[in-house]
Design a protein around this ligand. Sequence first.
Ligand code: ADP
Ligand code: MG
Length: 248
Amino acid sequence: MSSATDFTLAIEDLTVSFDGFKAVDSLNMYVDRNELRVVIGPNGAGKTTVLDLICGKTKATAGSIKFKNKELTELSEHQIVRAGVGRKFQTPSIYENLSVYENLEISYPAKRNVWGCLTFRRTAEIEARVREVAAEIFLGDLLSMEAGLLSHGQKQWLEIGMLLIQDPELLMLDEPVAGMSVKEREQTADLLNRISQGRSVIVIEHDMEFVKNIAHKVTVLHQGKILAEGSMDQVQNDERVIEVYLGH
Ligand code: ADP
Ligand code: MG
């Protein structure tokens, strides 16, 4: 028998009410290390709210969110980031006036020596890491480009890179391929498949073609509760899922 302590992320009986309306209602969800979980469901199902609860942006009314056995509902947003949780919002928040390189550099976790300055060795280490992440997100040849000049899809990748450079153990992405071209979607699927190795990833997405390419397991949310959970095949053939979501 596996228990909640075996999972990277264990959500139990999680509820949040907004003026009596339960946007998330007694939710239980468990995510493994090396797992890429996709959360789908109709608009208003509570998908974004679940990510808000995990990253501490919204406080739970009841229930527990354990990340590596640490209770997140008691931590601030900053503490949750430091614990190893990275979250990407729907609209990219990059520094448009800075270069791709600078955007990544700025996101490198600060760790200065006792005099508060960066050592030479540290600078070399950062540069190597920036180049490595830029290559991973398909921007290796665009390091000096101003971020504001990137395509919409490239901006999304840059923001993923800004999270990756912090090496989070749990990475959460809200509708990462919205507005992307077909080619960019394929590249993003490839990127997400690579980065789920060695960590846990939660993706909210509507594009079922994309979901098919990345999901290890799919959770279907409806009215703040889990309607179905399983492989893409199981979920796609579930009558209730077809009725409330896929049929539309
Ligand atoms: P989804 O991402 O699945 O489309 P959301 O999580 O954004 O859905 O929203 C779920 C429900 O909770 C919606 O009815 C939304 O209006 C409501 N909601 C979300 N955040 C808040 C909030 N901060 N205050 C009040 N209601 C909210
Ligand atoms: Mg949403």
